[in-house]
Design a protein around this ligand. Structure first.
Ligand code: ADP
Ligand code: MG
Length: 400
């Protein structure tokens, strides 16, 4: 894979595919980690006299403009971080983008509007994607792939566009891939994996591969309930992926066979209602054993015994990979499980990697120092699919 040092960028229009998909509360960016992560690549290109065209997706608009998902707030924040003004184009390949790019002087930067305002970006139809990639290619001379959080997507700007322009990987992608390589090659043991979050079926796949690599797997968050159900427990109205129960049983059996410690919550906080994440009114949850969840309640965080158990299972780790919050951390009454795991990672002397958009944001929003972790990945799905051993379209496209 070429790096940006291999490209002669002075005076050239350089298209940087970034992942600026930040969490927004209205127009307020609640965590700017992904912007800060790609800023050094952009700064380096600007310093070398490139005309930089930055593009990203944000959220999941339906292939047409939707002001809710505008990147305008990101342009402002990116400018603050770079210490230079960032022009914002009101469209992606339209008149505004064309004019803004044409007006760029060497060392100047423009951010295009959300790539996913165009149906071609995410289209499953190769021809439609390619047509959109060709429109994007007209805006640039060179391509730099640095949107690590999107490299598992076969999207026009990630997969098709690099084929049309001389290309290289940005510094963020180089760093991310370096860390993940470390997790798949020579890990210091015990290797402990903590999995949680809400995208259960997305994440079950990685367990298959991790069972061959990890010494311990700790499960929390919404993931836990399908496993608890598979073990015959009542899970009430908790997040449940009924069709994945056979897969969970298979994993539990495999773990046993391979001598991998597979640890599920022993106690959980439950409530009849999902918490109020806006007003954050007190949730007053009940604490129950994980084998005693009432039929009319849902599990929303791991309990204190589980927090202690997981901290103990992390204390002697050599390597830790953590993806997915332990509970609905956005509400203070359900944040303690996630806090306990974050603290345990900080307290251990292990090489610690946190992956996942919400997990990374949780660590920062809950007030932890991101430098206390070995690496905070900007990609959730991307890092999981890498660890699953899959070929990632956005990395493959940068290879040749
Ligand atoms: P990541 O982005 O780190 O990969 P996910 O997107 O899979 O993580 O999941 C993050 C979300 O999971 C958070 O918004 C959190 O509120 C939610 N969550 C965690 N535990 C539970 C639970 N027990 N029930 C429902 N949602 C949960
Ligand atoms: Mg997420």
């Amino acid at each position: 894979m070429k790096t940006i040092e291999d490209l002669d960028v002075a005076g050239k229009r350089v298209f940087v595919r970034a992942d600026l998909n930040v969490p927004l509360d209205g127009e307020t960016i609640t965590d700017d980690g992904r912007i800060r992560a790609v800023a050094p690549t952009i700064a380096k290109l600007l310093e070398r006299g490139a005309k930089v065209v930055v593009a990203s997706h944000l959220g999941r608009p339906k292939g047409e403009p939707d002001p809710k998902f505008s990147l305008a707030p990101v342009a402002t924040r990116l400018g603050e971080i770079l210490g230079t003004s960032v022009t914002f184009a009101a469209d992606t390949v339209g008149e505004s983008a064309g004019a803004a790019v044409a007006a760029l002087a060497d060392g100047e930067v423009v951010l295009l509007e959300n790539l996913r305002f165009n149906a071609g970006e995410t289209s499953k139809d190769d021809a439609e994607r390619k047509a959109f990639a060709e429109q994007l290619a007209a805006l640039a001379d060179l391509y730099v792939g640095d949107g690590f959080g999107a490299v598992h997507r076969k999207h026009a700007s990630v997969y098709d566009l690099p084929k049309l322009l001389p290309h290289a990987a940005g510094d963020l992608i180089a760093t991310e891939v370096g860390v993940l390589k470390k997790l798949t090659e020579d890990v210091k043991r015990p290797y402990v994996v903590v999995l949680g979050g809400a995208k259960v079926s997305d994440k079950l796949g990685v367990i298959d591969n991790l069972l061959k690599k990890a010494d311990r797997i700790l499960i929390g968050g919404g993931m836990a309930y399908t496993f608890l159900k598979a073990k015959g427990h009542e899970v009430g109205i908790s997040l449940l992926q009924e069709d994945q129960i056979p897969v969970c049983l298979e994993y539990l059996a495999q773990a046993e066979q391979r001598g991998v410690e597979f640890v599920l919550p022993v106690d959980v906080l439950v409530s009849a209602e999902f918490p109020d994440l806006k007003g954050k009114t007190p949730a007053n949850p009940d604490l129950v054993g994980s084998d005693a969840i009432p039929a009319d309640k849902e599990g929303l965080d791991i309990g204190p015994k589980t927090r202690e158990l997981y901290a103990a299972k992390l204390a002697d780790a050599g390597t830790v990979f953590w993806n997915g919050p332990m509970g609905v951390f956005e509400h203070p009454d359900y944040a303690n499980g996630t806090k306990a795991v974050a603290q345990a990672l900080i307290d251990s002397s292990a090489f610690t990697v946190v992956g996942g958009g919400d997990s990374a944001a949780a660590v920062r929003i809950l007030g932890f120092d991101e430098n206390a972790f070995g690496h905070i990945s900007t990609g959730g799905g991307a890092s999981l699919e890498y660890l699953e051993g899959k070929t990632l379209p956005g990395l493959a496209a940068l290879e040749d």
